[in-house]
Design a protein around this ligand. Structure first.
Ligand SMILES: NC(=O)c1ccc[n+]([C@@H]2O[C@H](COP(=O)([O-])OP(=O)(O)OC[C@H]3O[C@@H](n4cnc5c(N)ncnc54)[C@H](OP(=O)(O)O)[C@@H]3O)[C@@H](O)[C@H]2O)c1
Length: 354
């Protein structure tokens, strides 16, 4: 068997950090019934969208100010897509948008502040347009234990904030010819999440907190959220999928100690992807014509995989339970999800034409 350099280093690095990564030897297998792409870990976002004309499409990309989110926005906009890019401040979103060619609109979004999430969704809704792609990319990792209203911060930012955003924008996705929710998760969800999965009884992470575990816990929530959303949307034209972008030297380690940041930088430089490659799976899942009816899947390196082993990546029972819990925790910020009345919509269009 020939291992390329990156794979070899990846395996070596995984072996060195094995206790924190995976206790159960999870392995990924191609998912049945999902079209295979010719793309792989080396593909870039530009390559996976090569030749596409996304004019007339609208995408929301959260966390467009750096790393994978910025590259995702840049490439979608380059292909003609109108991109609404979010930043924690309006200024940072404006700055990012001004650095890309194409049509973009900056919007403020601080995921730990649910008023900000609601305001962001309302700003998008006020455009009165369908949303074709909602790419939940923003994320944080690391730092001392912090809570927001008693809930551990990674879970709030990486999961609950996006939960509200998607919930409030579903109505806009229904208006799209084929709406897609794309959730940027992480392989950490099956390598370092608590063995029993979502800690329904300890959302404040009061028990044995570690930043790595809290991050992985929130990334498992990302995968399960997408899985349940796909189940709830069965029979509609909206799809929901989650993904691991790869290991990429972005700003994601900014809250870690200097030592951990250094180790992450070294590891990614030896075994990681470039940022251009890191945005490929997001762009592929958001745009590929092959995936119009693919939903509830988890992707790595531009292909859907099943994660075999003792993990909760495809645990439908936990996914449904997490959904109910998330609704409970964010109830004040949710809106009734209205499927559009097509007659009303058609009549509106007809009136506009007349
Ligand atoms: N890099 C990797 O190796 C890797 C591996 C697996 C998964 N991922 C996932 O990939 C996604 C993108 O991360 P990245 O690597 O591109 O990291 P990044 O460069 O740090 O980008 C993260 C983005 O999320 C935004 N963000 C952070 N906290 C936020 C909050 N509270 N509210 C709203 N936005 C917030 C950041 O805004 P500011 O710039 O204002 O902070 C930034 O735009 C994340 O979901 C991450 O978990 C990354």
């Amino acid at each position: 068997m020939i291992l390329d350099r990156r794979r070899f280093l990846s395996v070596a690095a995984a072996a060195v950090t094995a206790p924190s990564l995976s206790a159960c030897g999870d392995v990924t297998l191609p998912a049945d019934g999902v079209p295979r792409s010719d793309f792989d870990e080396d593909s870039t976002a530009e390559q996976v969208t090569d030749g596409m004309d996304l004019k007339g499409k609208i995408a929301v990309v959260t966390g467009c100010t750096s790393g994978i989110g910025f590259e995702t926005m840049r490439v979608l906009a380059k292909r003609g897509c109108y991109v609404i890019g979010t930043g924690r401040t309006l200024e940072s979103a404006q700055q990012a948008c001004s650095r890309v060619q194409g049509v973009t609109t900056p919007v403020q979004l601080e995921l730990s502040d649910f008023d900000s999430v609601a305001a962001c969704a309302d700003a998008v809704r006020s455009l009165n347009s369908p949303v074709d792609m909602l790419i939940c990319n923003a994320g944080m990792r690391g730092g001392e234990r912090q809570t927001v209203n008693g809930i551990e911060k990674h879970f709030v930012v990486n999961h609950l904030g996006h939960f509200i955003l998607v919930y409030r924008l579903l109505e806009r996705l229904y208006l799209s010819w084929q709406g897609r929710v794309v959730v940027v998760g992480s392989r950490a969800a099956y390598r370092s999440a608590p063995p029993d999965g979502i800690r329904f009884d300890d959302l404040g992470a009061e028990r044995d907190y570690s930043a790595g575990r809290a991050y992985a816990h929130s990334k498992l929530a990302n995968a399960l959220f997408s899985l349940e959303l796909a189940r709830l949307l069965k029979g509609t034209r909206i799809t929901s999928n989650s993904l691991h972008p790869g290991l990429i030297d972005t700003n994601i380690a900014r809250n870690e100690s200097a030592l951990a940041r250094g180790a992450f930088g070294l590891w990614t430089s030896l075994a990681g992807k470039s940022i251009e490659q890191g945005a490929a799976t997001s762009c592929y899942v958001a745009t590929s014509p092959l995936l119009g009816s693919t939903s509830g899947q988890y992707f790595e390196d531009c292909n859907a995989v099943i994660v075999a082993g003792d993990n909760h990546m495809h645990d439908q029972e936990q996914a449904s339970r997490l959904w109910l819990l998330s609704e409970e925790l964010t109830r004040d910020y949710l809106v009734e999800i209205r499927r559009p009345d097509w007659n009303e919509f058609e009549n509106g269009l007809r009136k506009k034409r007349d």
